[in-house]
Write a protein that binds this ligand. Structure first.
Ligand code: HEC
Ligand code: HEC
Length: 219
């Protein structure tokens, strides 16, 4: 244990483990992190509208996203969730190559402002719905495995960074749940990964179908 080589090996292993733990840990528990700094800021929705001009090509002018599922609805999502996701994306904790450059160029104030603006927008009713065929099965899975975090009506929990998943696009939900199961999203809450790890494609379709039919939660 005392040779320099062993010491170096232990140090390297420790650093790797620390880096791994960092990548996996929910940001909210990361101590004095960017997200903590963001939560201190009071977002200015009017300024956020200006920041959002650089996002509208993809997420649409009204931030309703696209039914093909490529771009999620952001309108009405909690500011805390939006800030955490933006912070995760620019730190590379959440994989999103198409937004990495833009997200990295934002100041902390830009992020807080755009999040305040998006939260203030009404949740669109025009989001893509699933086929509706599997909602009974989907409801069972959702109530057993998801509702404790995402809420009985899909309303999420702003204080805990749980996204509102009601009235989100079916095809986006389908893709995200698959990425979460397969470890491709990067930043997924480990407790959620445990819930979906045994889901097959039929289960994922059912739960996404159910979630996509949930109407916008009343504020
Ligand atoms: C080049 C297209 C593009 C632009 C421009 C863009 N985004 Fe995105 N954004 C995406 C894609 C694609 C995703 C979904 C990635 C995935 O599937 O994980 C996404 C996801 C997000 C998410 C995560 C949403 C969630 O529900 O978890 C947030 C927040 C977000 N974008 C905010 C913004 C903001 C704010 C801007 C402008 C500053 C912006 N985006 C500009 C493509 C874009
Ligand atoms: C322990 C709490 C927890 C449980 C249980 C949970 N989730 Fe999540 N979920 C989260 C958190 C937190 C996020 C935001 C991403 C992150 O930081 O992990 C998230 C994100 C998501 C997203 C992406 C939303 C977006 O806007 O990008 C989907 C879809 C989702 N969860 C579906 C599910 C489904 C389906 C289940 C049940 C099978 C489930 N979750 C169970 C905490 C949970």
């Amino acid at each position: 244990m005392s040779t320099p080589r062993t010491a170096l090996f232990l140090l390297a292993t420790g650093l790797l483990l620390a880096a791994h733990a960092h990548a996996q840990a929910p940001v909210a528990e990361n101590g004095p992190s960017e997200i903590a700094q963001l939560l201190e800021l009071k977002g200015d929705a009017a300024r956020g509208k200006v920041v959002f001009a650089s996002c509208a090509d993809c997420h649409r002018k009204d931030a309703s996203g696209r039914a093909n599922g490529v771009f999620p609805r952001l309108a009405g999502q909690y500011a805390s969730v939006l800030m955490k996701q933006l912070s995760d994306i620019r730190a590379g904790r959440r994989n999103n190559a198409s937004m990495l450059g833009l997200a990295s160029s934002l100041s902390l104030a830009d992020i807080a402002d755009v999040a305040a603006y998006l939260q203030s927008l009404p949740v669109s009713e025009r989001t893509g719905k699933g086929p509706g065929a599997a909602v009974t099965r989907g409801r069972q899975l959702y109530e057993r495995d998801c509702a404790m975090c995402h809420g009985g009506k899909g309303e999420g929990d702003a204080a805990k960074f749980y996204p509102m998943i009601a009235a989100q696009h079916y095809r986006y939900l389908l893709r995200e749940v698959t990425s979460i199961r397969d470890g491709d999203r990067g930043n997924s809450d480990p407790a959620m990964v445990r819930m979906v790890k045994n889901y097959d494609a039929v289960d994922i379709e059912a739960v996404a179908d159910f979630m996509s039919q949930l109407p916008p939660p009343k504020p």
